[in-house]
Ligand binder design. Structure first.
Ligand SMILES: [Zn+2]
Length: 238
């Protein structure tokens, strides 16, 4: 399978995984993956994520007029994702979603994901928060604003809206989105007791880091999920 084919296969599978993992909202939100410096694969509009296959993904570049002609829902996603990739060339994958627990956390006055669980510690120092609501509105420059708020982090909480997760690879970005939702769920469950959280010391959090394995763990998780939903790559299935 060529790299472009494999990218289409994996990005389509990521949409179906998001449905399986309760991270998706029907036909809304966008996942994107850069094939090179100009060409981006992105979610089509108006197709339920559980049905998205490799051929459904849209291939676009920096032609604004062509992107606008595809339709408003698509164009809004394009205007968020393309400038984000331009600002963060290290982030080949960018996932924007409204997962219920991460989004619920973004509604709170105190919306910080605290390093109180092993899973949330994975995100320590890797999250940015935007304080101003920036959801529906003029899509022009929305991507630039999001890129600015994200900075060099991996995760951006959008106040009262959802999250953006970026990664060097789709596998790493998907694993982070999946784990982020679990970490937010655990924090909200703990807070629902009304009792205070016990947050790890910074030294303990540092000790929980597994270091950079080059994305191997994320790739294995992605492959396992792909197998689970019947989307194993053809080579792997043969
Ligand atoms: Zn959104």
């Amino acid at each position: 399978m060529s790299d472009a084919c494999s990218a289409r296969h994996d990005l389509a599978a990521a949409h179906r995984m998001a449905v399986h993992d309760g991270l998706a909202e029907g036909t809304w939100n966008h996942f994107s993956l850069m094939l090179d410096e100009r060409r981006m694969l992105i979610t089509p509009a108006n197709r339920h994520w559980s049905l998205i296959g490799p051929d459904d993904l849209l291939l676009v570049d920096d032609d604004l007029a062509a992107a606008r002609a595809i339709g408003l829902q698509f164009y809004i996603g394009y205007r968020i994702h393309y400038p984000l990739h331009e600002a963060r060339p290290d982030a080949r994958a960018a996932l924007h979603a409204h997962p219920p627990y991460a989004t619920a956390l973004s509604l709170l006055d105190d919306d910080e994901l605290l390093p109180a669980s092993q899973t949330s510690a994975h995100f320590h120092g890797r999250i940015a928060y935007n304080d101003a609501y920036d959801g529906f509105g003029d899509p022009e420059r929305q991507g630039e604003r999001i890129a600015e708020a994200l900075g060099d982090k991996s995760v951006l909480f959008l106040r009262g809206h959802g999250v953006v997760v970026v990664g060097r690879t789709l596998h790493e970005a998907y694993q982070d989105l999946y784990l982020l939702e679990l970490a937010c769920r655990t924090q909200l469950l703990a807070l629902s007791t009304g009792r205070p959280l016990r947050v790890f010391d910074a030294a303990d959090v540092d000790g929980m880091s597994h270091g950079d394995d080059g994305g191997e763990d994320a790739r294995r998780h992605f492959d396992a999920m792909a197998e689970l939903i019947g989307a194993a790559a053809p080579e792997a299935a043969a």
